[in-house]
Design a protein around this ligand. Sequence first.
Ligand SMILES: [Fe+2]
Ligand SMILES: [Fe+2]
Length: 546
Amino acid sequence: MNNESLYLRQNIQVEPLIDHWYAWPHLIPPATAARNITERHMKIMNSYVSCPQIHFNAVKNPKMAGGPFIDLAGGRIDEVRALRDRIKTERTHLFELSAAISELDNMVRTNAKGYSLHPLYPQVPDILRGYVELCYDLNHQPSFRLIEPLLYKSRYYDQSMQSLMLSAIRSDSRPFMLSTPRLEDDASLHLRIPFASPVLDELFQLKSSPKGREEIIEMLAVSGSQAELLGSFLTREPPPQYVPYQGPGVRWRYFGHACILIESQGVSMLLDPVLSYTYESGISRYTYLDLPDSIDYVLITHNHQDHVLFETLLQLRRKVKNIIVPRNGGGQLQDPSLKLLLEQCGFRNVVEACEMENIRTGKVQITALPFFGEHADLDVRTKMAWLVKIGPHAMIFAADSCNIEPRLYEHIHREVGDVGALFLGMECDGAPLTWLYGPLVTTRIERAMDESRRLSGSNFEQGRSIVELFKCKEVYVYAMGQEPWLNHIMSIKYTSESRPIVESDKLLKWSHERRITAERLFGEREILMEQAHVAPSLDTCELIPG
Ligand SMILES: [Fe+2]
Ligand SMILES: [Fe+2]
């Protein structure tokens, strides 16, 4: 076999997995992972094994999209059963951790009545002792916090659960990631490599720098038919070279959902990276090919799976100089630290920002703005909108911020002044609390309560009040999950009657009537900002070393 230099093809999809389930942020921290394994994965697999037909029918019903149904056409039951049984046998310690969290919750609720919590420490389930601090709020409501950094050092964080599944992608359709495990087949290459491994950087480097076939096979430690399959994922053809934007002002490009690349005179910034691979399709889009070799800042708005996508982040890791994330609350089960979990996944350059904190280098200033709502009223702090100022240009990337309290923006406006462009998500019919956080909840939730606590972004009135207040000249509705290549993460299909479309249409119409540029972004979009919008006010700032 010759040892010619080969690249990784651009249409090779790489799904990061935790025990064959698509890796999303709650599957990395040990406590949330344990709860999702027992309360989500096990329940879904048990249900599929006992009644696959229900799943088969539900998956075909658009009203059930995003529900807990395995999308395997009612087949492969033995494989799902085998996966379930293997997880049950090999992850007993995580089953114990999940049960201990439930027991701790119950113990605290039953015994903490406003008196000293010290006598309760011996009643903390044994495996959690030393990993939790008990506390009250000022109204004597008891709770606990997890010492996350120590849990990552414990046996409950097990990198051997991590792997990657490589296969060629030729269309946008993929099973929904929260409900369908990824099973092995002849067309997929399953690499048992932990996410933090530098081998992954070398693997993804192959998209732009070639290596000899033998070196690649050795690097990934594959043999036989797997090596042959790997060979089919490689190509002699070099990718087209990306040309960074060298023009005046700022250029931004919309890559889909909340993913936007900003470039300005040698500085690049990527928000909420979720990227499509490159393959023939009816919808034009930017892909991995449309990124610079080095990205100065990645900014993450919040810890939902459509904004923190490991599949994309791992492929970009080697390119990213700084990754800026919201600081978390510190140990709440529902609010794992994004900094810690990214560090576990091999990122060495994670910077946490607090509310209203500035980060400034050269002509770029990034301000972390408070982000209300969209988390079912749970105490989740790992969420931030970003104000980005580059020279005279100012843009707010609010993602799923829900303007439930307009006074917040009045206070922010007093500090930062007018802002030229607003990017706002308007998914105002969000999923109920249990859809995402259900596995973490240890008591029964009434249906009405669940339905009232939603993951909803801003509606027309809420969006309009931000635009008016900041005197925006441009409004972009984004983060709507409409790009078909994100179906496996979003599972949303709107019609013209869907509330998010109706409400965002109203905002577009209202804006147009006031000669404000307004669009709902879809697919791909490029805008050059050459004119000044507002004069930036540069206050005291923090410097990030280059
Ligand atoms: Fe969200
Ligand atoms: Fe979102």
